[in-house]
Design a protein around this ligand. Structure first.
Ligand code: BGC
Length: 735
């Protein structure tokens, strides 16, 4: 591999000058992205590029073909404008990293930034110069299949990863040879689809839109993201793709965004399906007016924009503004100078550097949910025979998760392969799937698996969801373990052999009915290419789990949405007031204990709270100190705490989390909000003083006065290991 220097632009491109020379059809060419037809390319397609009627293509990853189309665009078209070449590179290209939800569980933005650097490097080798990532939709409904693509439920955490991924994909210089443009999506509120059903309506009041759904997009823009994608969703009666308030007032005017906004796939004509427009022409008009620069997959702009201009419904000035955004993006990407790719400049897929990183990311994103009696880590001397069970122990594809168009399963190392490689002859491994797939209902494979468990020192059971159960349009109404997996786990548990459950999943699952069947539970998510080595290192204690949940695990589907940063309500539940179904059955008078906010049939708390995750070490928090108890707007205060690793044998990392509550607001405020976190490494017995600095800007929110500001008053802070942390103090923000 030879490192190519970043190209020096030959001569500055003056966008206004190019636009002045463009015909209307050439301008409209810049405003569409088309799915590339299979090679050999139809003449009409190539001719469209040659005549400037197509300015962007997607889903082509053959370098020679990309180079040839770029050559035609640059050498044979009248104005020599390069193509945008887009591909969904969501969590890796050939080397697959953990799904984004798992990446967020690492609480390690530097590591995630490195992963996206590598993803960009691998993708750029094919000539791809634009990806539709990161997805930074706040996701509070685990039924929604796309929660797998998100960074979870929290505004702050999602914002941190929005910045990290944009910087990773685009690098310091988006014009470098191995960086690609990022696209923050889906603007905005897509994750709030009612009942977690994809593409469904959203109901998001302005207060929540501004305080919850929009901030990560601000973060992405501050990190210089080159593009945004509009959401499929209907936002307060106006689908995002036609939403003038969202796109023009907020995005362009308030935030000054100068990048590209691309529609989602066929979302422009779908404005008609929503019932917002009467026909495709009106859909094109509304999307153009909202400032959607590029229409994805459909061609309503190409068909109708010219008529709309002739009829005076869209102005030439409006058209030119959209074209300028697209050309500016091409310029920022350095495409006028680097449209051609040279695969020889790149590291090859499967390069050890990429695989090592994929393993490190998988290790750090896994969350230890349960570890009764210190069952984990396993010691080799006590585990001479191991039953490796379940439908996900040896599935090179499923461990990759959703959205892996280019992921190479031949690079995958499965848990079974890794166990065999690591333990060798010294350990007898008995493998039985038990169930063919995670959805399988038949019990004919149980007996073999149960026998394997009976005759082994430990059973490692790999259950969860195969890759196709999460992702776009893959939503579930019931989020328990699918198929007959719960029964299967029970059967293994009943052998009396200790059970370690390794959960591979794209979303939180309700585990209430199976949690007692496992002595230990390691949440591996869909960990990607290096699932196997990462899991084995964690199970055998070569690594210590340090991931933390970026999303709440509910006990029951009926609790959804269940997230830690909820409002308190006027009648919060307390242990004294919550009535259980059993109490009702016993005839206890419900009104005697008070009417508060709870379900009769489920404990109001989550199964596992946001921020939760165990370690083989134990950490103790003490002596929280605020350096002041009164601050004024513009000031900051520091909060410090001593964290001690009380374990006598395991070094480990704790993610120390800072939460704040604004006790009284002009609008009701969440019961607590994450404001910061730090990963600290501690050797056995070691302590560290961890200090957070909190500025009053971080206390600002979109208030009743419809501006973002801080409001004086009482605040409470907590520092701890998860969102239920109890150790805290109060301070006052003076008027
Ligand atoms: C998804 C987008 C994706 C696009 C292109 C759509 O269906 O919603 O997130 O980027 O397809 O593949």
């Amino acid at each position: 591999m030879t490192q190519a220097p970043t190209p020096v632009p030959k001569e500055p491109i003056v966008i206004g000058e190019i636009i002045a020379r463009m015909t209307r059809s050439e301008k409209l060419g810049q405003l569409c992205i088309v799915d590339t037809p299979p090679a050999p390319f139809p003449d009409e397609f190539v001719e469209s590029i040659r005549t400037g009627r197509i300015g962007a293509i997607m889903n082509l990853v053959e370098p020679d073909q990309v180079n040839e189309l770029q050559r035609i665009a640059m050498e044979e078209s009248r104005l020599g404008i390069p193509l945008l070449v887009a591909r969904d590179v969501i969590h890796g290209f050939k080397t697959i990293f953990p799904i984004p939800l798992a990446q967020a569980a690492s609480w390690d933005p530097d590591l995630v930034r490195e992963c996206t650097r590598v993803a960009a490097h691998e993708a750029a080798s094919t000539g791809v110069n634009w990806t539709f990532a990161p997805m930074i939709d706040i996701s509070r409904d685990p039924r929604w299949g796309r929660i797998a693509e998100s960074f979870g439920e929290d505004v702050h955490l999602t914002g941190v990863f929005a910045r990290a991924t944009v910087k990773g994909l685009q690098g310091e210089n988006p014009a470098a040879f191995d960086t690609i443009a990022a696209c923050a999506k889906h603007f905005a509120g897509y994750g709030a689809s009612e009942s977690g059903r994809d593409y469904n309506t959203t109901n998001i009041p302005e207060n929540e839109l501004r305080n919850v759904y929009l901030p990560p997009f601000r973060d992405a823009i501050e990190a210089n993201v080159l593009s945004l994608m509009s959401s499929f969703g209907d936002l307060d009666g106006i689908p995002a793709t036609a939403n003038d308030h969202l796109m023009n007032t907020i995005l362009r005017k308030e935030w000054g965004f100068e990048g590209v906004v691309v529609s989602d796939w066929e979302a422009v004509p779908q404005l008609g399906v929503h019932g917002l427009t009467a026909d495709d022409k009106e859909s094109a008009e509304q999307a153009l007016r909202a400032g959607i620069d590029i229409e994805m997959a459909s061609m309503t702009y190409a068909r109708y924009a010219s008529e709309l201009i002739d009829e005076g419904r869209i102005s030439e000035v409006q058209l030119d503004a959209l074209v300028a955004n697209v050309l500016r993006m091409k310029q920022r990407l350095g495409l006028f100078d680097k449209a051609q790719t040279d695969p020889a400049q790149f590291r090859t897929p499967g390069h050890s550097k990429h695989l090592d990183l994929a393993k490190r990311a998988a290790v750090r994103s896994m969350v230890l949910l349960k570890n009764e009696n210190g069952r984990l880590p396993l010691r080799r001397e006590n585990n001479r025979s191991i039953a490796v069970l379940g439908p996900l122990a040896d599935e090179p594809n499923d461990q990759l998760g959703t959205w892996v168009f280019d992921g190479d399963p031949s690079l995958s190392v499965t848990p079974l392969q890794a166990l065999r490689a690591r333990l060798g002859e010294a350990c007898e491994i008995r493998h039985a799937r038990g169930l063919n797939t995670t959805r399988h209902r038949a019990q004919d494979g149980f007996a073999e698996a149960v026998d394997a468990a009976k005759s082994s020192d430990v059973a490692l059971v790999f259950l969860g969801e195969e890759a196709i159960l999460s992702g776009e349009a893959h939503c579930r109404a019931d989020i328990g373990l699918p198929g007959n997996q719960a029964e299967f786990l029970r059967a293994v548990h009943e052998t009396g052999t200790p059970v370690v459950l390794v959960l591979m999943t794209g979303r939180p699952l309700t585990l209430g009915d199976v949690i007692d069947y496992a002595d230990a539970i390691l949440l591996a998510w869909h960990p990607g290419t290096m699932a196997g080595p990462a899991i084995v290192d964690l199970l055998f204690g070569n690594e210590n789990p340090s991931g933390k949940l970026p999303v709440t695990f509910p006990r029951a589907v009926g609790q959804i949405p269940l997230y830690y940063a909820h409002k308190i309500t006027g009648r919060p539940p307390t242990p004294e007031t919550v009535v259980r179904m059993e109490d009702v059955e016993k005839g206890l008078p419900q009104h005697a204990v008070g009417n508060t906010s709870f379900h009769l049939d489920v404990d109001p708390s989550p199964l596992f709270p946001f921020g939760y995750g165990l370690s083989y070490a134990q950490f103790e928090f003490k002596d929280p100190v605020l350096d002041t108890v009164e601050i004024s707007t513009g000031d900051s205060l520091s909060i410090s705490v001593t964290v001690t690793n009380t374990s006598d044998r395991y070094a480990g990392e704790e993610v120390v989390q800072l939460y704040v509550r604004d006790m009284v607001g002009s609008l009701t405020r969440p019961v607590r909000e994450l404001k910061g976190f730090q990963r600290v490494h501690l050797d056995p017995g070691a302590s560290a003083r961890v200090t957070f600095r909190l500025t009053t800007d971080e206390l600002a929110f979109y208030t009743r006065r419809k501006t973002i500001e801080t409001e004086p008053g009482r605040f409470r802070v907590w520092v701890g290991a998860d969102s239920t942390a109890q150790m805290g103090a109060e301070f006052i923000l003076l008027p």
